[in-house]
Each structure stands twice: as structure tokens, then as C-alpha cells.
Design a protein around this ligand. Structure first.
Ligand SMILES: NC(=O)c1ccc[n+]([C@@H]2O[C@H](COP(=O)([O-])OP(=O)(O)OC[C@H]3O[C@@H](n4cnc5c(N)ncnc54)[C@H](O)[C@@H]3O)[C@@H](O)[C@H]2O)c1
Length: 335
């Protein structure tokens, strides 16, 4: 089985490839990634000499690049995306280019090449926010940021190809994911790295927004289960039992690091910030998947990973002009 994985130099894509190659000797991977600011080959160091992993740097928006990368591939798992909500508020163009037009290129090529199955990795954010209860897969999509709209568009487009072209495609909608090697603009590595530098942690609004947290390995196992057992044309939620207010998450991070809560600096809320994401993942559990990790242990291990691998994230936070410019822009005027 030769699988084209897009976005495989990213946080989840790299974890998925490493897990898959480790656990299934039948699989080889072609990894297509543009290496945007979020892509990082350091995540793939352990695969350097692995003959079952081939890396191609390229843009999924190019029909030519996609056509070439898909040559000889039997399956596709599509993770490549612009993924940061805050950036989508500053400039949405790349989100619609990659998350919609890039997805269209992949779907179209997958039809021409008659691939056996394509997985579109979507997000819980496509449902929007709800105060109570849990979203099920049949619920209406009601995204509320340019990021989540662009993902919802890719999600809908994928399912349209099942109906109109007979493509065997499935969709996963995963919750907020955490683990090692995540780009330090996302809340957990951002707060850990700032706390370790004794810098204030910019917490949006009152910190009362509720998120469902899933460890990256559990998320990847969910994607693989849907790849293997999901029904053509269906979507599957991937969530965990762990719901937490952002303020409580921040306090836990500080406690693990032995740092004072005085580092918390409440800043002006993100525009249109969704209050609560909540998913029901019974449908995926019926396929034999469940979360394996204990949240407390996984969070502690994740925080310790950043603590023990300072050079990894400092190469970004301290040396990348791109990161520094983004951070200034994103939090400007919010203090
Ligand atoms: N991180 C989460 O909490 C989360 C939760 C649910 C779903 N998701 C989805 O999972 C997927 C992976 O997320 P992540 O957190 O690993 O993101 P990430 O930002 O860490 O990685 C995205 C990768 O896509 C690549 N990429 C971007 N544009 C590209 C293009 N035009 N062509 C080729 N490659 C391109 C980047 O270089 C990067 O390596 C995304 O589709 C995201 O929407 C993420």
C-alpha cells in the first residue's frame, strides 16, 4: 500500500506517518508538504534513512505537483492545511488557497488516478460553538472563523466528490490536539515556552472558553481507524473525554512547571471566539477506537517534552523573524 500523505512535515501529519510506518510494515508513504512556516523537517529526523518514506516539497495547489506526487499511490490521507485561527483573522487568503483549492486539486487527481480511498482530515471547529450538549456527525456545519469556514468547505467538497464522482472518501473531525513538536504559536507550546522564559501568558478574554483536548497519538489512531474501517462518504468525530476551560489548562501548565499564576495576563478576546467545542464520538468508537492516553499524564509528558527540548522551540520563538512578526501582529493592542 503506497499512501500519499499531505502535510506530513506538520505536527499531526508527521506523528501519523511515524506511527503508521512503525506499526504497519505493508505501508510506504509519499509525504507531500510545501514546508510553509508551520512545516518542519526536524519532525521527520527519525525517518531519514527509512526507505518506506519519501519526502517531496511541493504545493497541493499545483495540479502538476499533485499529479506527480500521486503517481503510483493507492491511497491518500490529506492533512495539509493552513491551521491557525488567529492567522486566518489577519489574512485569510492562504486558508482558502490551500484548504479549499488545494483540496480540490487532490480530489480531482484522486478521481483521475482512481485511488482506492482518500481521507480528509477536518476539524471539530466546522460545527461551530455550542453551550451545552455534543455535536454528532449529522449535525449542520456552522463554522465561524475564516479557518473553520475553509475547513468546512474542504469537508463538504470531499463529500460532494463521493456523490458526484463516486470517489471513496471519508472525513475525520478531530478535537484540539496536543503533544510534542507542535508549532509554538498554538496555545500549549506557546504558554509552556513563555512560562519557561518567565514571560506573560496572553490568555484570551476571561479564559472561560471550553475545548476538548486529545493527545496527538489518539487523534492519529482515530484517523487510521477511519482509513481502515470508515464507511465511504461518512464523517467521524474524534474526541476525548477531556474538556477544559482555557484558564484551567493554563493553570495546569503553570503548576507542572512550578511557575506562578501571576504570569497569566488576560488580553482582549479573539474576535468571534467560539465559546465551547464538544463532540460525540460514539460512531468512531463503534469501529473499535477509543482514546488510550490519560489526559493528566499526556499533558505532563507534553509539557516536559518542551521543557527538555528548549532548542527545538527556541529555534522558532527566538530566531524566526516570521514568528516574531506574527506574534507582535496577533497580540498588538490586546494588552
Ligand atoms: N492541531 C489541531 O488541533 C487540529 C485539530 C483538528 C484537525 N486538525 C487538522 O489536522 C491537519 C493537520 O494539522 P496540524 O496541527 O498538523 O497543522 P500544522 O500547521 O502543524 O501542519 C500543516 C502542514 O501542512 C503544510 N502545508 C500547508 N499548506 C500547504 C500546501 N499548500 N501544500 C502542501 N503542504 C502545505 C505545512 O507546511 C505543514 O507542514 C489540518 O488539516 C488541520 O486542519 C488539526
Amino acid at each position: 500500500m503506497k499512501v500519499l500523505v499531505t502535510g506530513g512535515a506538520g505536527f499531526i501529519g508527521s506523528a501519523l506517518i511515524k506511527l503508521w510506518l512503525r506499526e504497519d510494515p505493508r505501508v510506504s508513504v509519499v509525504n507531500l508538504d510545501k514546508l510553509t512556516y508551520a512545516g518542519d523537517l526536524r519532525r521527520l529526523e527519525s525517518l531519514k534513512n527509512n526507505p518506506r518514506h519519501q519526502f517531496i516539497q511541493g504545493d497541493i495547489c499545483s495540479a502538476e505537483v499533485v499529479e506527480k506526487a500521486m503517481e503510483g499511490c493507492t491511497h491518500v490521507v490529506h492533512l495539509a492545511a493552513e491551521t491557525h485561527v488567529d492567522r486566518s483573522l489577519l489574512d485569510g487568503k492562504a486558508f482558502f488557497d490551500t484548504n479549499l483549492y488545494g483540496t480540490y486539486q487532490l480530489l480531482d487527481a484522486a478521481c483521475r488516478k482512481r485511488v482506492k480511498r482518500l481521507v480528509f482530515v477536518s476539524t471539530d471547529e466546522v460545527y461551530g460553538s455550542r453551550e451545552r450538549g455534543f455535536f454528532k456527525e449529522g449535525d449542520a456545519l456552522n463554522p465561524s472563523s475564516p479557518y473553520s469556514v475553509s475547513k468546512a468547505a474542504g469537508d463538504l467538497l470531499t463529500r460532494s466528490y463521493v456523490h458526484t464522482h463516486g470517489l471513496d472518501a471519508v472525513v475525520t473531525r478531530g478535537a484540539n490536539t496536543f503533544g510534542s513538536h507542535q508549532y509554538p504559536e498554538k496555545v500549549i507550546p506557546l504558554f509552556v515556552s513563555r512560562a519557561l522564559s518567565d514571560q506573560p501568558l496572553p490568555l484570551y478574554g476571561d479564559g472561560g472558553q471550553v475545548r476538548n483536548w486529545i493527545h496527538v497519538e489518539d487523534h492519529c489512531r482515530g484517523i487510521l481507524r477511519v482509513f481502515e474501517k470508515g464507511k465511504k462518504g461518512e464523517a467521524y468525530n474524534i474526541s476525548s473525554p477531556h474538556y477544559l476551560k482555557n484558564l484551567d489548562l493554563t493553570r495546569r501548565i503553570l503548576k507542572i512547571l512550578g511557575k506562578s499564576e501571576s504570569l497569566i495576563q488576560k488580553v482582549k478576546d479573539r474576535a468571534g471566539h467560539d465559546r465551547r467545542y464538544a463532540l460525540n464520538s460514539d460512531k468512531l468508537q463503534k469501529l473499535g477506537w477509543k482514546t488510550r492516553s490519560s489526559f493528566d499524564q499526556a499533558l505532563e509528558e507534553t509539557v516536559r517534552w518542551y521543557q527538555n527540548n528548549e532548542s527545538w522551540w527556541r529555534a522558532i520563538t527566538d530566531r524566526s523573524e516570521h514568528f516574531k512578526n506574527y506574534y507582535e501582529k496577533a497580540y498588538a493592542g490586546k494588552q
